[in-house]
Design a protein around this ligand. Structure first.
Ligand code: PLP
Length: 221
């Protein structure tokens, strides 16, 4: 068995254990395999093992591999988990199935317009900058609930949930708890939170999807 397939199984079983520990069902948590920086040769063993949910953080890089892979394998669910510029909205809507990084009006509008134009309905998440870090993407926590409402009421978007990337050097628990609280206030149910270093904690705080790269593929160098 290929190394990535083994490591994927290991991560999946750690998610299952974390679910049991917190009284949750493993099927309630989606493992998004983050394949950024890795090529088709690394991804294909996972596709052949029936993995179907992947995440990429750059539109152009994703086009370079996933246009072909989506032709070769059916039912792939591709998530955009990195920042989006409005001039890439057309390409993003054409390729991705889920966009997790809606964080300002301009992007919300551009995505809404493209979905109409292309007659494609993507699943959408609002990214929240739970640590209010100046350099980080995401809407500020205090603006998150009203922004979700605005997306729904003014731009006609269905928002499935919230996504966050906690500050690198902080205990992630309080950030996951904040995201869950904001989702409750905004009336959305999905929580995309947790990466290689903290996905088990995220599951315990109610993550409905975790985004895991290096624990499956190894370091990105
Ligand atoms: C790269 C990335 C991940 C995966 O990070 P790992 O630590 O390699 O698991 C998750 N979420 C986002 C937004 C990323 O950019």
């Amino acid at each position: 068995m290929s190394n990535v397939v083994e490591q994927h199984e290991e991560v999946a079983s750690r998610i299952e254990t974390a679910c049991k520990r917190s009284g949750r069902t493993a099927s309630d948590v989606t493992l998004i395999i983050v394949s950024k920086t890795f090529g088709p040769e690394d991804i294909t063993p996972l596709l052949d093992d029936n993995c179907r949910v992947f995440g990429e953080n750059r539109v152009q890089e994703a086009q370079g591999k996933w246009v072909d892979l989506k032709e070769q394998y059916s039912d792939i669910e591709l998530h955009l988990i990195g920042p989006l510029q409005s001039n890439k909205a057309e390409d993003a809507v054409a390729l991705f199935d889920v966009i997790q990084t809606i964080d300002r009006e301009k992007i919300a509008k551009a995505i809404g317009k493209e979905m109409k134009k292309q007659d494609r309905k993507l699943k959408l998440f609002v990214q929240v900058n739970t640590g209010s870090e100046p350099q980080k993407a995401g809407i500020l926590p205090e603006e998150a609930v009203s922004f979700v409402k605005k997306c729904q009421e003014d731009f006609g978007l269905e928002i499935a949930g919230l996504m966050c990337i906690p500050p690198f050097d902080e205990n992630p628990g309080p950030h996951f708890a904040l995201l869950r609280k904001l989702a409750g206030e905004a009336g959305v149910s999905e929580l995309s939170m947790g990466m290689s270093g903290d996905f088990e904690t995220a599951v315990e705080f109610g993550a409905t999807s975790v985004r895991v790269g290096s624990a499956i593929f190894g370091g990105r160098g």
